[in-house]
Design a protein around this ligand. Structure first.
Ligand code: FMN
Length: 243
């Protein structure tokens, strides 16, 4: 399969990617390519390099595949998918991921200036815990502090709990995009979905209570009838602005 694959360049993949809702059931599907594209997705930029996400793979051979597709509101993009990739956020892992970053930076300290190590320590041991820690009234206090500091100098305002969750979802979404473009580049199609019963999916997949589902991505070789219409975008002038 791989030998015949003519991989697409970046702009070709961007232009040819569509959300495909019906996948071919007959042609072989190389699940190794999903792994490869997920490994590429992991290289996506992510906030503070905390990598607060995980990818749960549910291939067609899994007994959970059909029940999961049912929980995606029986969308064809899920029922016909050869594999479903559930992208979950793991905000709760912030401590271990901050520690991993700090350890890495400390271990590579010989190549870094003392100042850089100090900066890394301050970032991962001081700032990140302040942003991610959860205490009663903490969001309110952080917002007040941000407002107060912001009176004198530029200050990040998005410090509340909701904004932290949004930030984690932003990073997960960027990884999702890299994954989908990768899949297109190797000749496969995808459909990102947010139409699912998150509560039941979490139970079915036995996900940790703190996990949130960012997206479920149906994967396979798309059938022409799986593209529901020509691509529509509002005029570029409405989307791109120059100041
Ligand atoms: C976060 C997100 C959630 C989506 N959820 C669904 C969904 O549940 N079902 C579906 O058929 N398409 C879903 N889509 C696909 C969009 O409808 C699609 O990307 C959009 O119509 C543009 O079409 P294109 O992807 O073919 O360019 C979703 C896309 C995104 C980014």
């Amino acid at each position: 399969m791989k030998e015949n694959l003519q991989e697409l360049g970046f702009f070709e993949a961007v232009e040819e990617r569509r959300s495909v809702r019906i996948f071919d059931q007959e042609s072989p599907f190389d699940h190794e390519q999903v792994k490869r594209c997920l490994e590429a997705a992991i290289l996506s930029p992510n906030s503070s390099n905390l990598q607060l996400y995980q990818f749960v793979r549910v291939p067609e051979s899994s007994p959970l595949k059909d029940p999961l597709a049912q929980l995606c509101m029986r969308q064809k993009a899920a029922t016909t998918a050869r594999e479903l990739v559930v992208i979950i956020t793991r905000r709760d892992l912030w401590k271990s991921r901050a520690e991993a970053n700090f350890q890495y930076l400390s271990e590579t300290a010989q190549n870094q200036s003392e100042k850089k190590v100090k900066q890394a320590r301050n970032y991962y041991k001081n700032l990140i815990p302040k942003l991610f820690g959860k205490y009663p009234g903490w969001t309110f206090l952080k917002k007040i502090i941000a407002w107060w500091v912001g009176l004198r100098r530029p200050m990040v305002r998005e410090v509340g709990e909701t904004e932290v969750r949004i930030s984690v979802h932003k990073s997960a979404s960027l990884a999702a995009m890299t994954f989908m473009l990768g899949m297109k580049a190797v000749g496969y199609d995808t459909c990102p979905m947010e139409g699912f019963d998150s509560k039941r999916v979490k139970k079915l997949l036995d996900l940790p209570s703190e996990a949130e589902i960012c997206m479920i991505i149906g994967c396979g070789k798309g059938l022409p009838e799986g593209v529901y219409g020509p691509r529509f975008r509002v005029p570029t002038s409405e989307l791109i602005e120059e100041k």
